[in-house]
Design a protein around this ligand. Structure first.
Ligand code: RIB
Ligand code: CA
Length: 309
């Protein structure tokens, strides 16, 4: 099985990614690391622990990470994920577990050193933890097999979800993303260009009826689906984070190409923009694999099949 660490800011689609990744039974989770993002870190920790407890997977250990971005102020997404971050779907579940003592960035460094060239990081929140780890241990980029990042927007100008050209995970800590993109690690960016072609609609959700996760998925996605209805006229939840995990499970879901990508950290108009130099105008060495195409239907079908096992 492929060794992975999943870095989350749980969040609704993060929760779906945890369920999907573990139920796929093809990934060996060394642990889950948490970061400030959709909601404050304490909520991310509680949500992540509750999802694992709901699944009966308290064997998967959770490592708490950065409570704040490297430079900018925190900004959250309650309008998408609800006041608690997972649509209040597990309010009645009494938390039984707690996070590990080890800091997330140190767990990432230790795991990569122990499993050189075997560890894949799946980053589905702001990149603060990985940036801190890279600054503390620069050799990390050589030890990692690859880094799969949910974030950014490369081909569809104006269709961002935080600024016209900026996506939330990168926007939440653009300085961290810049460090990661220029680290030398083998980075793949699963951007809104492809994740916005993978909506889990209410019709898909109803196909889960009678299965273990139906109630959670329907309740947790309520706020997210209402938001999507208002913004995109779709009663559904874009599977941003699950698709990022899905690419590690099956490379056929995405077509990628390597280009030079940089991150805007100065402009108030474009803070967090991921700028892909398709025409090599800057003449710089390609550093990021970006997504050119997605089998959206095939992925959502695989997600539903896996989660309804
Ligand atoms: O822009 C979508 C991303 O931001 C997803 O990872 C979502 O969970 C939020 O973190
Ligand atoms: Ca996320």
């Amino acid at each position: 099985m492929k060794k992975v660490i999943l870095d989350v800011d749980t969040g609704v689609d993060d929760a779906l990614a945890i369920i999907y990744g573990l139920e796929s039974e093809v990934l060996e989770f060394l642990g889950i690391t948490t970061v400030n993002g959709n909601v404050p870190l304490e909520m991310v920790n509680r949500n992540t622990l509750k999802v694992l407890q709901m699944m009966g997977r308290k064997d998967i250990k959770v490592y708490s990470g950065a409570p704040n971005p490297l430079v900018r102020e925190r900004e959250h997404e309650y309008s998408v994920h609800g006041t608690d971050g997972i649509g209040n779907a597990l309010d009645n579940l009494a938390l039984e577990d707690e996070v590990q003592d080890q800091f997330a960035a140190d767990f990432i460094i230790e795991s990569a050193k122990k499993h050189k060239n075997e560890l894949t990081l799946i980053m589905v929140g702001p990149l603060t933890n990985l940036a801190l780890a890279l600054k503390k241990e620069p050799r990390l980029s050589e030890w990692l097999d690859e880094v799969i990042v949910m974030g950014g927007l490369v081909s569809q100008a104006g269709k961002g979800n935080k600024l016209p050209n900026s996506e939330f995970n990168i926007y939440a800590d653009a300085e961290a993303a810049k460090i990661v993109f220029h680290s030398g690690a083998e980075v793949t960016l699963v951007s809104l260009d492809v994740t916005h072609q993978t909506f889990l609609t209410i019709d898909h959700i109803e196909k889960l009826k009678g299965t273990k996760y139906y109630e959670f998925v329907k309740n947790a996605t309520g706020v997210f689906r209402k938001f999507s209805m208002q913004r995109y006229n779709i009663d559904g939840c874009a599977l941003h984070d699950p698709l990022t995990v899905g690419y590690v499970i099956n490379r056929d879901f995405l077509e990628t190409g390597k280009y030079y990508v940089d991150v805007e950290t100065v402009s108030p108009l474009g803070y967090g923009q991921t700028i892909c130099d398709f025409r090599n105008l800057w003449g710089k060495e390609p550093n990021v694999n970006i997504c050119l195409n997605v089998d959206g239907e095939g992925f959502v079908e695989h997600f539903v099949d896996t989660v309804s096992k």
